[in-house]
Write a new protein. Structure first.
Length: 128
C-alpha cells in the first residue's frame, strides 16, 4: 500500500490495534479476520461501536477456506470483503474504491444538519 501512495500503520494483534486507534483515526482499515487476540469478528464489532471508527471504511481480509463468518459480518459492519490470497493490484483498486466512495458521501454530521434544515423548511411551509 505504501507503493500506491498510502501512509500505513501495521499492528499484529487486537490489543495493538486498540492502542493505535486511540491516538490516530485512520482513513481506512484493512482488518484480517484471523488477527490474534480477537474472536470471530469481535474487533470488527468493537470498532463499529466506537465513534472514531463508526463510519471508517473497513475491508475485511479472510482466507478462502473461511468458515463463512465473514459473510455474516459484511452486511452489518465491513465496507468490503476480500478473500486471501489476492493480487496486490486488486487490493489497491478496492482500497481506492472504498476511499472514493466514502469521500463522495457527506459526513454523518453534515447529513444530519441537511436533514434538519429540510425538515425545518418543510414544517414552516406546512404551518405558514
Amino acid at each position: 500500500m505504501i507503493a500506491a501512495g498510502y501512509a500505513c500503520g501495521w499492528v499484529c494483534n487486537a490489543k495493538q490495534a486498540h492502542t493505535l486507534l486511540r491516538w490516530r483515526e485512520p482513513e481506512l482499515i484493512l482488518l484480517d479476520e484471523d488477527m490474534p487476540g480477537q474472536k470471530e469478528g469481535s474487533l470488527l464489532r468493537e470498532l463499529r461501536s466506537t465513534e472514531p471508527c463508526r463510519d471508517t471504511p473497513i475491508i475485511l481480509l479472510s482466507t478462502t477456506a473461511g468458515n463463512g463468518n465473514s459473510e455474516q459480518l459484511l452486511p452489518c459492519a465491513a465496507h468490503d470483503h476480500i478473500r486471501k490470497p489476492f493480487d496486490p493490484r486488486f487490493l489497491v483498486w478496492r482500497v481506492n474504491h472504498a476511499i472514493d466512495t466514502v469521500e463522495a458521501k457527506p459526513k454523518r454530521e453534515q447529513a444530519r444538519e441537511w436533514l434538519a434544515q429540510k425538515f425545518e423548511s418543510t414544517q414552516r411551509r406546512s404551518i405558514g
